[in-house]
Design a protein around this ligand. Structure first.
Ligand code: CUA
Length: 361
């Protein structure tokens, strides 16, 4: 696992990890270049200007424009290179690719629950194909957690009540450590796992070998049509009491009382948990809240379903094809999936479906 040429340095295994490393080494270089001459000068000046006679009168200095200009411009240029380098790395890391394979991550004291668009669920393990843009949509059921994969040089907090995103493109097949990097309670240090980067063939084999339950979209449809009864108001032609959901994702929605909002994950989440917050123009604020009735995973599933109504689909499992021999990481995951179905697979709270009357914004 340790293949880096610097001792104790994590492996470098994502498309942007070298950029972070170069910036890091550059900062060290700048620090060394400034620190060494200063320390040397302390000793030289200490000897050269040591006290030779008591009460000596120092020579007056009346400034030097050249010197002052030089010591202003050089640090300015150095700090600007740090700024430009940092901005470049930041921009690369936090601007999401359009074609990312979507994976949902829910943090919970003290585990990472992961769901693939193709339905597979994992705990504290994440299997991804190599050379593929992976986009994680994350939230948490309780405290703030932070998803950190040192080998990919990326980290993002999972924050209660909102969605955060991160992406990476793993460049080397292998097994990489995954940490929670935000103190989140007693077993924070145990909230660790592995990311398995597999060749596309191996990943396809892993997917087909880990037959999944419902995909998030299917689970969302099931909740929507059956378990939560959303469909009684939100589906069914022009007379429906609830706002139209088809085709809204990623587009602007007009609100009662003026104003618009872009229908993104955060908006859909808010509309389920706090329906009165932003009521769509032309509808009454009659939808009941579903707070406490849906888990974070169910919310993600509902969002996946509503996205699918807008034709927002992700390549997910569909793209990598061709089967071949499963690898060791694949074998490992079976245990996780088994544990999974018992623990996090299904909702903790049984949603009580509200009757088909009233409601909806
Ligand atoms: Cu989760 Cu620390």
């Amino acid at each position: 696992m340790q293949t880096s040429w610097v001792p104790f340095f994590p492996d470098s295994a994502s498309s942007f990890s070298w950029q972070v490393d170069w910036l890091y080494f550059y900062l060290i270089l700048v620090s060394v270049v400034f620190t060494i001459p200063i320390i040397v000068a302390i000793f030289i000046f200490g000897l050269k200007y040591r006290e030779r006679q008591k009460f000596a009168v120092p020579e007056g200095i009346h400034g030097s424009v050249v010197l002052e200009t030089v010591w202003s411009i050089i640090p300015f240029l150095v700090s600007m290179t740090i700024f430009v380098g940092g901005a470049y790395v930041y921009y690369n890391q936090y601007r999401l690719p359009d074609d990312g394979m979507e994976i949902y991550v829910v943090g919970k004291q003290w585990m990472w629950k992961i769901q693939h668009e193709s339905g597979q669920r994992e705990i504290n393990e994440l299997h991804v194909p190599v050379d593929t843009n992976i986009k994680l949509t994350m939230t948490t059921e309780d405290a703030i957690h932070s998803f950190f994969v040192p080998a990919f040089r990326t980290k993002m907090d999972a924050v209660p009540g909102r969605y955060t995103y991160m992406w990476f493109n793993a460049t080397k097949p292998g097994k990489y450590q995954l940490f929670c990097a935000e103190y989140c309670g007693l077993n924070h240090s145990g909230m660790i796992g592995y990311v398995y980067v597999m060749s596309r063939e191996d990943f396809a084999a892993w997917q087909s070998g880990n037959v999944s339950g419902q995909t998030p979209t299917e689970q969302g449809r099931d909740l929507f049509e059956n378990k939560l009864g959303c469909a009684s108001c939100h589906a069914g032609g022009p007379q429906q009491r609830g706002a139209k959901l088809e085709g809204i994702f990623g587009h602007e929605v007009k609100l009662t009382g003026g104003g618009t909002v872009v229908a993104d994950e955060a908006y859909i989440r808010e509309s389920i948990l706090n329906p009165g917050a932003k009521v769509v123009e032309g509808f009454q604020p009659i939808m009941p809240t579903f707070k406490g009735q849906v888990t974070e995973e169910q919310l993600l599933a509902l969002i996946a379903y509503i996205k699918s109504l807008s034709g927002v689909t992700t390549p997910a499992g569909s793209s990598p094809s061709g089967g071949s021999s499963p690898t060791t990481p694949a074998a490992n995951s079976t245990a996780a999936n088994a544990a999974n179905s018992g623990k996090a697979g299904q909702p903790e709270a049984k949603p009580s479906a509200p009757g088909g009357n009233s409601k909806v914004k």
